[in-house]
Design a binder for this molecule. Structure first.
Ligand code: GDG
Length: 722
């Protein structure tokens, strides 16, 4: 059984300095509750913030260390400045509102917040890397730690890393508002498995990755570097048995609640006081209902628990003031001498009281504007062993994807909330029972232990990632370079775009700089050396860039070749090009239906480019193109897929053919160096003998012997051949 290493913003206990001693309290919230049990039963570690203990004395430190060690908790202590930048600032001032679609609250301009977030994530990664062992599973939680997977992957390449997001992952166009969207996605892609509450969040993520990182659009697995990042839907559950259990304390609470209600029906709301929870709108809907029926104020009561939360952030303090003012107005307007229709408590309550409230409620209002899951809705259903109570649930809570028998409502539509609340109060007994029995059964079946198990089982199934340093076998590459330098004859085969120059927004802008021209010139003039550029570009475009250099140019993957500046371009392959017209018409038809896509025409090929198109639409069109081409069964063409491009070209043209013929022109015993970045390179590498030095530039090594991360690193390597 593997050890589980958990990382979350907070540890499952929060420490507090109290006089000379140290107070230890369980941390609140769904995450801590969900993972506490499995952690205690296992042998793993938990990394997180222990609470503010910066000013601890030596004696208190000793106590803290002992408390944490006994529970296998590894503290990541944070200074007040770190907490402000990482927690209040980036996590809760930018990511939280953005991911919950509260765009007017997103704060992106605070200097230093992002850097602090990066630094704290790095500290988490370093702490985990210091403890992780080969068989361990690492499970990182939530939006506070989105960079940890990538940072940890760098420190411990072989680790098995899972990540779970407890909040929604927003639609791609909202996510892309984040200036650091690319860094955040790269951070998450360090994981082997990324879990979400709903398939909607998962799809939003896959789409964002496709648009921002140009990954191939695939719903539940994304190729990234040499690895596959799996995506999964794992809706979190609750400790159902605890909420369904009876106890004398709960019974006593329930009795006192019933006695205190004076026969009025109870409408209940339980939330952290957060602007995402829709509390103000809920109050307004209740206000409307009271106004529509003046007799109601005497017969019902809305009991709203607002658990204090993130009080150091201005917008939360402001929300509290607004809620108080609204409650005051509603009570002033609809209250009587003896009754106040809204009872608002700004505090958290003990567990037994919470369960008793769930059981006493006639209607439970869970109407967040957005919520990753919302455990309160599930807890309410689990607690209703009596089959009573009606759940009114926002369609924008993750829980709505499961709790289909609730009254699902759009929380932005005040009229709908008002009507639904009215309907809930009047629901016939048999309907209420029917709905609640189903909901209760669902809550019990979706227990939190199932969530935990299904995620860790899936993570366990992930094959151990290949462990490869950035430059594969760096020492042996050095040795190979030394061998190539000594060789009397050297053949150098190079791709252009993505290998010698970075990709540019337009192919015409990917010009060679003076440094590159000097480097290629020097290499070509090296004694015994022949340099050839093998590219997918047209002859005109590569000639415009490199035409004056004493190198061989091979365009359109080898359809055209020009041995040196003194010679003209020759066609290497023969074959008719009559297929271009029907295939061109097919591609044009697809382009017309795919905004952002276009066709590039070459002499011997047509390329359907869809990098700028919507990833889901593009994936569908690519499937269609493949199918229709296959149905046509044209033997004179081959289809080749690159990064967001499908190229149809004359059969018998390939970089492999170029490589073969160039090798044949060299003296026996010539050493070979070949490099490229895209999927056509295996083609270039295939005919080369095993001792040839093949290098891939970019994230994945594919079937090259060596890999360098980017163009700059590749140029350095090339320089070392001089
Ligand atoms: C994130 C996501 C997702 C609340 N008041 C009291 C009290 N609670 C307990 C509830 C429940 C938990 O706090 C709140 O549940 P949430 O679902 O809102 O969870 P969060 O931890 O705030 O948030 C959320 C969740 O993660 C899990 O993935 O569902 O969408 O935002 O368990 O019972 N408990 C007690 N007294 C209270 O006054 N004892």
């Amino acid at each position: 059984m593997s050890r589980l290493l958990i990382a979350s913003n907070r540890l499952p206990v929060t420490l507090q300095l109290e006089g000379d001693g140290v107070g230890v309290a369980p941390s609140a919230g769904g995450l801590a509750t969900a993972l506490r049990g499995p952690h205690e039963r296992g042998e793993g570690l938990w990394f997180g913030w222990p609470g503010d203990v910066c000013d601890a004395t030596a004696a208190q430190r000793e106590k803290i260390d002992a408390e944490l060690k006994g529970r296998r908790l590894i503290p990541i202590e944070l200074s007040p400045a770190e907490l402000t930048g990482y927690y209040d600032g980036f996590s809760n001032g930018a990511v939280w509102p953005l991911f919950h679609y509260c765009l007017d609250r997103v704060r992106l301009e605070v200097p230093g917040d992002w850097a602090t977030y990066q630094r704290v994530n790095q500290r988490f990664a370093e702490a985990i890397a210091a403890h992780v062992q080969p068989d361990d599973l690492v499970w990182i939680h939530d939006y506070h730690l989105m960079l940890v997977p990538e940072y940890l992957r760098r420190l411990a390449p072989g680790a098995r890393i899972g990540f779970f997001l407890h909040i929604p992952f927003p639609a791609s166009d909202v996510f892309r508002i984040l200036p650091w969207r690319e860094e955040v996605l790269r951070g998450l892609m360090g994981a082997d498995l990324i879990g979400f509450h709903t398939s909607e969040y998962l799809t939003n993520f896959a789409r964002s990755a496709a648009q921002v990182l140009a990954t191939d659009f695939d719903v539940d697995a994304i190729r990234w570097a040499d690895r596959t990042v799996r995506l999964g839907t794992f809706p979190i559950g609750i400790d159902a048995a605890a909420f369904a259990a009876d106890s004398p304390a709960i019974d006593a609470e329930l009795a006192s609640l019933r006695a205190g209600s004076g026969g009025r029906r109870i409408i209940l709301g339980v939330d952290r006081l957060d602007y995402t929870k829709g509390i103000l709108r809920r109050l307004l809907a209740f206000d409307r209902l009271l106004a529509s029926d003046r007799t109601l104020a005497d017969r019902v009561q809305l009991l709203q628990i607002g658990v204090p939360s993130r009080e150091s952030i201005d917008s939360y303090a402001e929300l509290r003031r607004e809620a108080n003012a609204l409650v005051g107005r509603i009570n002033a307007e609809h209250g009587t001498v003896s009754t106040a229709p809204v009872h608002f408590l700004y505090r958290s309550i003990p567990f037994e009281q919470l369960v008793a409230l769930y059981r006493a409620a006639d209607v439970m209002l869970v109407t967040p504007l957005r919520d990753g899951m919302n455990l309160v809705a599930k807890e309410f259903c689990a607690a209703r062993t009596d089959g009573g109570g009606v759940l009114v649930l926002s369609e924008f809570a993750g829980a709505a994807a499961e709790l289909r028998e609730a009254l699902i409502v759009n929380p932005y539509d005040l009229g709908a909330v008002e009507r639904t609340l009215g309907a809930a109060l009047q629901m016939p007994d048999d309907e209420r029972r029917l709905r609640m029995e189903r909901l209760h059964a669902r809550a019990l079946a979706g227990d939190v232990s199932r969530w935990h198990r299904s995620f860790t089982d899936e993570l366990q199934r992930v094959p151990a990632p290949p462990v490869r340093p950035a430059v594969e076998g760096a020492r042996s590459l050095d040795e190979e370079v030394a061998r190539l330098r000594e060789a009397p004859s050297l053949l150098v085969l190079l791709d252009y775009d993505g290998t010698l120059v970075p990709y540019a927004p337009l192919p015409d802008l990917a010009r060679p700089d003076l440094e590159l021209i000097a480097l290629l010139d020097a290499l070509a003039r090296r004694p015994g050396t022949r340099v050839h550029l093998v590219t997918g570009r047209t002859p005109a475009s590569i000639e415009r860039f490199l035409g004056d250099l004493p190198v061989g140019l091979h365009a359109e993957h080898g359809y055209w070749s020009r041995a040196d500046p003194a010679r003209t371009w020759l066609v290497r392959a023969t074959g008719t090009l009559g297929w271009k017209e029907p295939v061109g018409a097919l591609m044009a038809e697809l382009v017309a239906r795919t905004p952002g896509a276009f066709v590039e025409e070459k002499t011997s090929a047509l390329a359907f480019h869809f990098r700028a198109a919507d990833p889901m639409l593009a994936a569908a069109r690519a499937r269609e193109l493949r199918a229709r081409l296959a149905a046509d069964a044209r033997s004179e063409v081959v289809m080749m897929e690159g990064a967001r491009v499908i190229e149809v070209r004359l059969a018998g043209v390939s970089k492999a053919l170029v490589a073969t013929s160039l090798m044949a022109d060299m003296p026996v015993g010539t050493a070979i160096f070949a490099a490229g970045d895209d999927r056509t390179e295996p083609d270039l590498f295939t005919p080369l003998p095993p001792e040839a030095v093949t290098v891939r530039v970019g994230r994945s090594r594919m079937d090259a012997r060596f890999r360098v991360p980017d163009v700059a690193a590749f140029r350095t390597l090339l320089r070392s051949l001089l």
